[in-house]
Write a protein that binds this ligand. Structure first.
Ligand code: NCD
Length: 427
């Protein structure tokens, strides 16, 4: 993303305006604004006149809500989101809407690196320890790739079997020992609360990569970042959105984190559709309803009618004994026919992945793969800039990234996947 795109996205986010209302506010045509928001290598990209940039700057100075951003301008973002004064990321409860949107701004700055146009070495010499005691592909690799793209290196361990925990080592000892070897830890562990225990035993940044059925904060942050970018293209705001969450809402940690993060916005409607034994835990519903959102619980996919976002999840079979799940029948599957029946062309379909594509799994169908509403691979792509932003913030280099960038020497394809929708890169 060019500096111009980053500036305009940040302005719209801080003013909480859609592209249409922002274009009207600054007195330009929507089409002109769209061309300024295109990637620099697009043939339709245009440079925004400097008078417009100045005007937008003035509007921001006057009208952008003076929330936490100004009040705590003397504090770094790491200090504002930290846990007991330490730069950890354990739960989405650490965020306010302001600090979250400031993180999104850092993620926007990372986009040219994520898209392989630029390189940066701000984390040169730093080493990441990736400790994964549960299955993972995208979380482990994307955290590792994000760290490498900032110039750091990565050491990985996977599974209990090959770690000293299989010999009875405590979380405290493992965490303290690792802290002498590496500069940040990403930990995934099957027990809820375990990653916080790792964090208490060290002063280096610890990031929760999933603690059993507890939380998965980085996934929720990238999900909300994706929703923001998709909504920007569609002319929608997160405030007032209708979000349907579907599947295993009891054990699915991604939805636990996401619903709490969305609750920082205003006037949302949540439709929570799960089989009877897999409903969202009451403690999360209580927390979300305190913010005054509408929550409807259902066992039927017909209730996703009118949703702006359909967020599907996998049944977390590894978290309970192998029993048949009441109500989880083939008609519980999100597929093209269902989406065409209940949703319009401006609905987006998301999933944290992996989806279970085996017969009888009833997970998100592959028949939507060429449907532009399917945002799952834009979601995974956004994992890189968001995780780069998390590292840069927690390790105190977020202000240095912009000026550290150099052109990449190699060429990457403009569309990474063969089925990527034509508007990819145009969002
Ligand atoms: C999820 C997880 O591990 O919580 N995957 C991910 O990190 N994107 C979802 C899942 O396993 O179903």
């Amino acid at each position: 993303m060019s500096a111009q795109q980053t500036f305009l996205r940040d302005a719209m986010r801080r003013l909480n305006m859609t592209r249409d209302s922002f274009a009207e506010r600054i007195g330009v045509r929507r089409r002109a604004l769209d061309t300024w928001l295109l990637p620099e290598d697009s043939s339709e990209y245009r440079t925004m006149p400097s008078i417009v940039e100045k005007f937008v700057g003035e509007i921001l100075g006057r009208e952008a809500p003076s929330g936490e951003s100004t009040q705590s301008a003397h504090k770094s973002l790491a200090e504002r989101i930290g846990v007991s004064g330490k730069p950890h990321l354990l739960s989405v409860d650490q965020f306010s809407r302001d600090s979250l949107e400031d993180l999104f701004h850092v993620a926007d700055i990372m986009q040219p690196i994520a898209r392989r146009q630029k390189i940066s070495r701000v984390l040169e010499g730093a080493v990441l320890g990736n400790l994964f005691f549960e299955a993972s592909t995208r979380t482990r690799v994307s955290f590792g790739a994000a760290f490498c793209r900032l110039g750091g290196s990565v050491c990985d361990t996977t599974g209990f079997t090959f770690s000293s925990m299989a010999k009875g080592e405590s979380i405290y000892d493992t965490s303290r020992v690792m802290s002498g070897y590496v500069d940040a830890l990403v930990v995934r562990h099957p027990e809820q609360g375990s990653v916080a225990e790792f964090a208490r035993a060290t002063n280096i940044p610890v990031i929760n990569g999933g603690d059993g059925p507890g939380e998965h904060p980085s996934q929720a942050i990238l999900d909300l970042y994706t929703i923001g970018r998709e909504f920007s293209r569609l002319g929608k705001l997160v405030d007032g959105a209708h979000v349907a969450m579907v599947g295993d809402l009891r054990y699915g940690r991604t939805v636990h984190s996401l619903i709490k993060l969305l609750a920082l916005y205003r006037g949302l409607k949540f439709t929570l559709i799960a089989p009877p034994s897999l409903e969202m835990p009451a403690y999360i519903l209580d927390q979300v309803s305190q913010h005054g959102h509408v929550i409807e619980q259902s066992h039927s996919l017909a209730d996703l009618k009118g949703a702006d976002v359909v967020y599907a999840t996998r049944i977390q079979k590894e978290r309970f004994a192998d029993e048949a799940i009441e109500g989880y029948t083939p008609d519980f599957q999100i597929n093209e026919a269902l989406i065409d029946k209940y949703c319009d062309s401006r609905t987006i379909i998301m999933h944290p992945l992996p989806r279970d594509s085996r017969p009888g799994a009833n997970d998100l169908s592959t028949d939507l793969n060429n449907d532009p509403r399917l945002a799952i691979f834009r979601q995974t792509d956004n994992g890189i800039p968001v995780r780069m932003a998390i590292f840069a913030i927690l390790m105190g280099v977020d202000k240095q990234v912009q000026h550290s960038m150099r052109d990449a020497a190699w060429r990457a394809p403009s569309h990474i996947g063969p089925d990527d929708a034509s508007f990819d890169g145009l969002d």
